[in-house]
Design a protein around this ligand. Structure first.
Ligand SMILES: CSC[C@@H](O)[C@@H](O)C(=O)COP(=O)(O)O
Length: 353
C-alpha cells in the first residue's frame, strides 16, 4: 500500500510534509520538539484531525528520546502532562489530540503507581506508546476503508459504478496514511466500483483543490474538482450515490464537526436523496460531549478569506466571519458513521466505545 506520506518518523527523527507548499512543491521540514509541532499545527503545515494528533505525539516522543530521564516518576509525569497540555492548545476543534493526550496521561499515572517499573522504563514505555500511534492510525484507516466501501456498495447494490462527493482533505495527508473518507473512496476504487469522485474546492483555505485534488491525481483516482458553490448543481447533474466526509469531532449523539461547508452538503444530500456518511476513527469521537452545541469551533484569520496567497481578492475594509468548522446534525448523517469497528447509525456509537 504505497500512498502519499505526510509524516516520516525514524528513530526519533520526525519530518512532516509542509502542506502550505502543496501543490507547488513537496518539501519535508524537521520537527524537533513540541514547540515546533505546536507551530506547524497552528500554521496548518500539518492539518487534519488524526495527523494533528500523531504529529503532536511524535514530537513529544522525539523530545523524550533526547532527554535524560528525570530523577523521579512523578517528575516524568508532570513533564509529559505539561507538554501534552500545551500541544492540545494548538487547535481547538479536532478532538483526536485531546483524547491522545488523555490516554497518555492515564498511562503515565499507571506507570507512576506501578512499583515494579523504574523511571527509565516508564520513559521508554511512554515513548513506545506515542510512537505506536502511527501504525495504529494506518490500521484503523484500512479498516475504515473496507467497512465504508462495503456499506456503500451494499446500499447501492444495483449500481455498476459509484459517484461520490467529498469535502476538505481526509486522505494520506490528513492521517498517517490511506485516509478516512478518502480511504473509503480509495477502497471503492481498488474494488473497481468508483466511477468518479467529485471533490469540493473547500473554501476558504482550499484543502480540496490543493490537497485532495493533488492526492487524487497522484493516486490516479478518477476525480473532478468542483467549487463549493457548485455542489447542489453537481448533485443534481451527476446523480451522486453518496457524500462521504471526515470529522474533527463527533459528539456522543453523532452530531459531527467537520470543515466549514460540510453542513450545507448534508442539507443538499438530504434534498437530493443522496446518502451522507461521516468516516472517522473512534479517536475522533468525544463521548464527553452530549451533542454538537458544545463543540468548540475555531475561528480562523480573516486573511484566509480576503487573500489568495499574498494577493487580496476581497474589498479592503469589509467585515469577515471565518469559522473553520461547522456542525452537521446527526439526523442528516443518513448513511452512517464509518469507523474502524464498523458502520453505525449516529445514535449507536456509545456501546462500541
Ligand atoms: C481525516 S481529517 C478530517 C478532518 O480533520 C478534515 O475533514 C478537516 O476538517 C480538516 O480541517 P483542517 O482545518 O484542514 O485541519
Amino acid at each position: 500500500m504505497a500512498t502519499l506520506q505526510a509524516i516520516k518518523y525514524n528513530d526519533g527523527q520526525l519530518e512532516i510534509l509542509d502542506q502550505l507548499q502543496l501543490p507547488e512543491s513537496c518539501t519535508f521540514i524537521p520537527i524537533c520538539n513540541v514547540e515546533d509541532a505546536w507551530a506547524a499545527i497552528r500554521e496548518m503545515k500539518v492539518r487534519g484531525a488524526p495527523a494533528i494528533a500523531i504529529v503532536g505525539c511524535l514530537s513529544l516522543a522525539a523530545e523524550l528520546r533526547k532527554l535524560a530521564a528525570p530523577e523521579t516518576k512523578p517528575e516524568l509525569c508532570r513533564l509529559v502532562k505539561e507538554k501534552l497540555d500545551y500541544l492540545v492548545t494548538s487547535r481547538p476543534t479536532a478532538v483526536n489530540i485531546q483524547l491522545a493526550a488523555e490516554a497518555c496521561v492515564k498511562l503515565c499515572t499507571q506507570l507512576r503507581d506501578n512499583t515494579s517499573v523504574d523511571v527509565v522504563e516508564a520513559k521508554d514505555d511512554i515513548i513506545k506508546h506515542l510512537e505506536g500511534m502511527l501504525a495504529n492510525d494506518i490500521a484503523d484507516n484500512l479498516a475504515i476503508g473496507e467497512h465504508g466501501a462495503s456499506d456503500v456498495m451494499k446500499k447501492n447494490a444495483t449500481k455498476e459504478k459509484l459517484r461520490i462527493m467529498t469535502h476538505c482533505n481526509t486522505g494520506s495527508l490528513a492521517t498517517a496514511g490511506y485516509g478516512t473518507a478518502l480511504g473509503v473512496i480509495r477502497s471503492l476504487h481498488k474494488a473497481n466500483k468508483l466511477d468518479q469522485v467529485y471533490c469540493t474546492e473547500t473554501r476558504p483555505y482550499n484543502q480540496g483543490s490543493r490537497l485532495t485534488a493533488f492526492e487524487l491525481v497522484y493516486e490516479k483516482i478518477p476525480a473532478t474538482l468542483v467549487c463549493d458553490s457548485m455542489a447542489a448543481a453537481a448533485m443534481k447533474q451527476f446523480k451522486m450515490d453518496a457524500v462521504i466526509v471526515g470529522a474533527d469531532r463527533v459528539a456522543a449523539n453523532g452530531d459531527t464537526a467537520n470543515k466549514i461547508g460540510t453542513y450545507q452538503l448534508a442539507v443538499l444530500a438530504k434534498s437530493h436523496d443522496v446518502l451522507f456518511y461521516v468516516a472517522a476513527p473512534f479517536s475522533s469521537i468525544d463521548f464527553q460531549i452530549a451533542n454538537g452545541q458544545s463543540i468548540p469551533i475555531e475561528e480562523r484569520p480573516h486573511s484566509e478569506m480576503t487573500h489568495t496567497g499574498s494577493i487580496r481578492t476581497a474589498a479592503a475594509g469589509v467585515n469577515c466571519w471565518n469559522p473553520g468548522f461547522d456542525v452537521t446534525p446527526a439526523e442528516l448523517i443518513t448513511g452512517g458513521i464509518i469507523t474502524e469497528k464498523g458502520v453505525f447509525k449516529p445514535d449507536q456509537l456509545a456501546p462500541h466505545q
